[in-house]
Design a protein around this ligand. Structure first.
Ligand SMILES: [Zn+2]
Length: 362
C-alpha cells in the first residue's frame, strides 16, 4: 500500500490514534471533548481538536472531519497526510490551524452518516426556537424511504413510489426531497433533530474558545458521497451575494460551486455546521466550504443511507444482512481503493493550499 493510503484508517480507533500521534509529532496542542456514547467495540469517542501556531494568530485555517460520521475516514486521512507532510510547520507566523477530528465521532465509529440520535449533524444548525424549514417532498416519500420490512415486495413498492416522484420532479428533485433535511420524522433519513445535538454544542464551544481572537477564518469541512469518483468539489453554502460568498469566490475561483445557484451536485440543505462559525466568532471574516469527494453513483449512495437507517431501527447488526448492509455503507462513503485515497489527499493538499493563499492575501 502507498504511503498516502497508509495514513487512512480502517476503524475510528485507528484513525484517532494516528491523528493524535501525528499531532504530537507535529508539535500541536490537543484537547479532546468526550462524546457520551461508546463505539461498537466499547471504545470511548471524542471530538479531538488540534491546534497549531501562535495563540493569538489572527488568521486561522480550520479543517473538519466526520461531520457526517463515516465520511470522516476521508477527512481523517487527508488531515493525517497534511500533518505527516510537514504542512503545519510551514504555516506563516501570523496563521494558525485548528484541526477538528471526529466532529461526529459516533457516526464515524459506527459507520453511519448520522449521530447517536439519528440526527444528520449537518442539518442540525438551524434556529431551534423558530419554525423548522418545511420539506413536503420528504413527507410524501417518508414511508417508501423507511419500510417496516426490507424485502422484495417492499423494495418494489419503494421503487414504484420513487419512480413516480422522479417522473414528476426530476432526479435532482428527488435527491433534494430526500437529502435537503427534514424535521418531522425522527426515525427517518436526513433528520435535522429537534434540539442542538452534542456535536452542535461542542463545536460552538470550540469556536468560541479557540477562534475568539481570529480576524479571518478559512474553513474546509470534508465530505464524501457526491460527484465523480475521487473528484473533490468545493461547495459553498453561504448565500450568493453575501461577503462570505464573494470571499470564497476570490479564494477558490470559478470552480467553486453553489447549491443555491444550482451549480453543485448537492441539494440546497438547511442547518449546515459551517453556519455556526459566523454566529460564534462574529468578529472574524469567514470563508467556509465543504470539500465533497465523489465515490459511487448517487442512487447507490442514497440506497446505502436507506439500508443503514433501516438496519439500525429494524434490523440486526450482527446478522449476515446487517454485515452486508454495513459493508455496502462503508464502501459508498469510503471506497477501499488506494487510488481513491491518493486522489483525496492530492486534492486536499491543493484546496488547503488555496485556503492558505486566501488567508494570506485577504
Ligand atoms: Zn457529507
Amino acid at each position: 500500500m502507498s504511503a498516502v493510503a497508509n495514513h487512512f484508517s480502517q476503524s475510528y480507533a485507528e484513525a484517532r490514534e494516528k491523528f493524535c500521534a501525528s499531532v504530537a509529532e507535529s508539535g500541536g496542542g490537543l484537547r479532546s471533548l468526550r462524546n457520551p456514547t461508546l463505539g461498537p467495540d466499547g471504545e470511548r469517542l471524542f471530538m479531538d481538536v488540534a491546534r497549531f501556531g501562535a495563540d493569538d494568530a489572527p488568521r486561522m485555517l480550520v479543517l473538519m472531519a466526520a461531520t457526517h460520521g463515516v465520511e470522516g475516514y476521508c477527512g481523517s486521512g487527508a488531515m493525517i497526510n497534511w500533518l505527516r507532510a510537514g504542512r503545519a510547520a510551514a504555516l506563516p507566523s501570523d496563521t494558525g490551524a485548528l484541526l477538528i477530528h471526529g466532529v461526529n465521532p459516533h457516526g464515524f465509529a459506527w459507520i453511519r452518516r448520522v449521530n447517536e440520535d439519528n440526527v444528520d449533524v449537518n442539518r442540525n444548525f438551524v434556529d431551534h426556537g423558530k419554525a423548522y424549514p418545511a420539506n413536503s417532498g420528504y413527507v410524501e416519500l417518508a414511508d417508501a424511504l423507511k419500510p417496516a420490512t426490507y424485502d422484495e415486495a417492499s423494495l418494489a413498492e419503494s421503487r414504484r413510489v420513487f419512480a413516480a416522484f422522479t417522473q414528476q420532479h426530476g432526479a435532482f428533485g428527488f435527491q433534494s426531497a430526500v437529502s435537503a433535511g427534514q424535521y418531522t420524522h425522527p426515525q427517518g433519513l436526513f433528520f435535522g433533530g429537534n434540539k442542538p445535538t452534542w456535536t452542535n454544542r461542542a463545536i460552538r464551544r470550540v469556536i468560541r474558545e479557540e477562534l475568539g481572537h481570529a480576524r479571518l477564518i478559512g474553513c474546509i469541512d470534508f465530505h464524501t458521497g457526491l460527484g465523480p469518483f475521487g473528484h473533490g468539489e468545493m461547495i459553498n453554502v453561504s448565500p450568493p451575494g453575501s461577503a462570505a460568498f464573494a470571499r470564497a469566490k476570490r479564494w477558490y475561483g470559478d470552480e467553486m460551486t453553489s447549491p443555491e445557484q444550482g451549480s453543485s451536485t448537492s441539494a440546497v440543505v438547511t442547518g449546515a455546521v459551517l453556519d455556526a462559525f459566523p454566529q460564534e466568532a462574529p468578529d472574524a471574516a469567514f470563508c467556509g466550504i465543504a470539500l465533497e469527494y465523489g465515490t459511487y453513483p448517487v442512487d447507490e449512495v442514497m440506497e446505502a443511507v436507506r439500508r443503514d437507517n433501516w438496519l439500525h431501527i429494524h434490523g440486526d447488526l450482527n446478522s449476515a444482512q446487517g454485515r452486508d448492509f454495513k459493508a455496502y455503507m462503508r464502501e459508498r462513503f469510503y471506497p477501499a481503493d488506494a487510488k481513491w485515497a491518493e486522489m483525496v489527499w492530492s486534492r486536499a493538499d491543493e484546496v488547503i493550499g488555496m485556503a492558505l493563499s486566501g488567508l494570506a492575501t485577504s
